[in-house]
Write a protein of this length. Structure first.
Length: 194
């Protein structure tokens, strides 16, 4: 089963648990034509949540049970998502404002392994895997590969699989060609201006 928010933009999911972060980032209204915001209201958010946590559970072995979301939860989850997007687009340090903290417990398994377990309720429970996965991606050196498409009309979150981490478009054929064509036309207008 694929993460629903990411697949709607025809983008491959990031590896492992980072796919959850990418999927949360891709709940935004993005691309052309504009896809709907999957966190627009509790009903839309619940439809996304029916799939996304199950994917994270399978990928990480953690357990995030059914989560109830009300209007207030959705109103808090959207700014959290937007901060994640800003962190991916700019700072790369993944530091989120203090109001965006999510509870996480570190549990010891039967064979001594330690695994993170989301805590809290509502939006905090949904958000809890994100800092876990950003931290692990930073440690693994993969966080810098989770990017936002440079096409300002798009903004889709994608995992850059290029050898030298130089990708800037979620799809070169769609966004790259369109941006290059706009730049070419602007240069031609400048050259031909009186």
């Amino acid at each position: 089963m694929s993460p629903s928010a990411t697949v709607r933009f025809a983008v491959d999911p990031a590896p492992d648990g980072l796919a959850f972060v990418q999927d949360l980032m891709n709940t935004v209204s993005a691309a052309r034509p504009r896809a709907r915001d999957l966190l627009a209201d509790p009903g839309e958010a619940r439809a996304w949540l029916d799939q996304a946590p199950a994917q994270w559970n399978r990928t990480t072995g953690a357990h995030m049970a059914h989560i109830e979301l009300g209007h207030r939860d959705v109103e808090e989850l959207r700014p959290f998502r937007d901060d994640l997007r800003r962190a991916a687009a700019h700072g790369r340090d993944g530091v989120l404002p203090p109001r965006h903290t999510a509870g996480v417990a570190m549990l010891f398994g039967g064979s001594g392994e330690v695994r993170p377990e989301p805590r809290g309720t509502g939006w905090r429970r949904v958000a809890a895997p994100a800092p876990i996965e950003v931290f692990q991606a930073q440690r693994a050196g993969t966080w810098q590969r989770l990017k936002l498409c440079r096409n300002d009309r798009c903004g889709t979150a994608f995992f850059d699989r290029s050898r030298n981490t130089s990708g800037v478009w979620h799809d070169v054929r769609v966004c790259g060609n369109a941006a290059n064509l706009r730049a070419y036309r602007a240069r031609q207008r400048a050259v031909n201006a009186p």
